[in-house]
Design a protein around this ligand. Sequence first.
Ligand SMILES: [Fe+2]
Length: 315
Amino acid sequence: MNAIAPLSATEAEFRRHVVRHISKQFDWDAFPSNRGYPDLARAQMRYIGAGGSPKVGEPGTLPPDHFTLSLIHKPVGNYAACHAHEIEESFLIIDGVLTVGWEQEGEVVEVRLGPKDMILNAKDIGHGFRNDGIEPVLMSISVDVGKPLPPRYLYHPKLGTDPALARSFGAAPGKTLALDPAGSHPLQPLMARHVIRHHEQPRIQDPAGFSRQVYVGPGGVENDTCRKELWEIPAGTGVQPFTRAVEDAFLVLEGRLTVGWEENGQSFQAELGPRDLLKTPAGKAHWFRNDSPAAATVWNVVGEAGAETVVFAKG
Ligand SMILES: [Fe+2]
């Protein structure tokens, strides 16, 4: 029988920071305000932090530094009641089509988002979402953790709001507008500046051999908290170890990505598949490489605003 050597403390820390999709459960009771309202039901899978749920500090979920990251599953026909909060949150669509509404004084601007589209919900703007499609919506939500105040519901059946009005995020018939960057309602250009379409966003070809689309940050939605990018990493491409002054996270959307840490001459690595995540704390040397025969698509969240500071070197 082979003896199994115990993991070093550093390797154990690395393993703890790899969150496997199959190791997690979707939680249908993450948001107490939805209890008793089947039309509002949604399921949350928490990778980093609680992301607006009161279920803080659960085993197997990584503690947040500057951002949270979770998956949300929204069944066909269900909606999330219009609310506002003092933090920004991004919705990155992974599967399905999501309708998002922003409300102001009884008027609502709606946008439909497809796979790899994103909206950054601005601070203090009333917003809700609804699945009008024929397949469940899966999306990744990231919230900055600056002010973790509970949401303020603006239209919710528990407040006595008529269910049809709650479903339309507070818009009476005739009060819903489509997203239009040149529209005359002030919410229309404002919302347009907070939506990223995957097919429109420029691809930055990094000299290290992969492409980056900036979703939140210079060239994307301007924001003062975190940077968020979609990376396409061709087969056989990787980078040498790099460090940041803040944490970052890789969430694989498609394909496979080998990721690793280097510390004190030791190296640890793991292969991530779709919906697996690595969070790397500030100051740790980490790298990635696509060892698979197909390209990998990766959602990259960095715990600081501004332009990319890392100069990637081909690995
Ligand atoms: Fe929200």
